[in-house]
Design a protein around this ligand. Sequence first.
Ligand code: CP
Ligand code: NVA
Length: 308
Amino acid sequence: MTEFRSFLSLSDAGEDGLAAILADAGARKGARAGWPKGRVDADAPLRDCVLAMVFEKNSTRTRVSFDVGMRQLGGQTIVMEAGQMQLGRGEPVSDTARVLSGYVDAIMLRTDDHAKLENLAAHASVPVINGLTDRSHPCQIVADLLTIQETGRALPGLKVAWLGDGNNVLASLIEAAALLRFDVIAACPQGFQPDEAVVTEGRGRARVVASPHEAVEGADLIVTDSWISMGQAHADTKLAAMLPYQVTADLMARAKPDASFLHCLPAHRGEEVATDVIDGPRSLVWAEAENRLHAQKSILRWCFGQIG
Ligand code: CP
Ligand code: NVA
């Protein structure tokens, strides 16, 4: 393969690439509505291609949505736990990249170390996709953007409130805000705000506040995520600091009357979100989870230069 693009961050696609991915995802989703999940799309655009997925951390959505998505595109997948690979016993990432590039047409990595993803991409001769790192989760945010678009909202000018931990998902949300011109107000407790570099990447579109009430006031969307990300210690002090940031019905009531709730899942009811919110009428979490499938199919097509 000569012509390919890696998807390590939303900025790799840029505004035009993201628009193309979102348009393609919406169209392809509509074209196969009601079909059995395993049926191949009519055009089978990735026929004969193989995607290798390497997981250093747990996953339900990323694993299954990439696997089924690749099959729908006419391709195949190999799913590996890093601990069962030589990578898990110290084979260099650079060697792994070169070897896998000889076997497969694209690689997805989920890792705790963003530098490892960059190293993989630097030494691979096939597209590499970020399936979540300690720094970012761009595939999740493309699915979120698709979910927001499906509600009929235009992204530019939206007010998105983030409550809780200043984590990897927030970092990608802020990156998207800069690219697509919506605003993110993140309410995070002291000590758990996003890094300054993340806020800077928002190019004036992201603001961090202490008060959850201030963040949700007039918001179009309220978004949260687990307070403890994978690989982080389960500290009681962190949970205590996070408690006022739980998305409750009271906080939802301070947002716009038609405000929606998003959460990348897995969720912890009674921690970052109250049960009546995530299971209530304003929650879009099931559509959001399904949209991982549709979004990633179009991310794969973008990597292969088929769109954007
Ligand atoms: N949201 C998300 O990435 O889910 P998984 O960890 O199950 O892949
Ligand atoms: N912030 C979470 C997202 C899980 C999909 C984590 O990194 O564990």
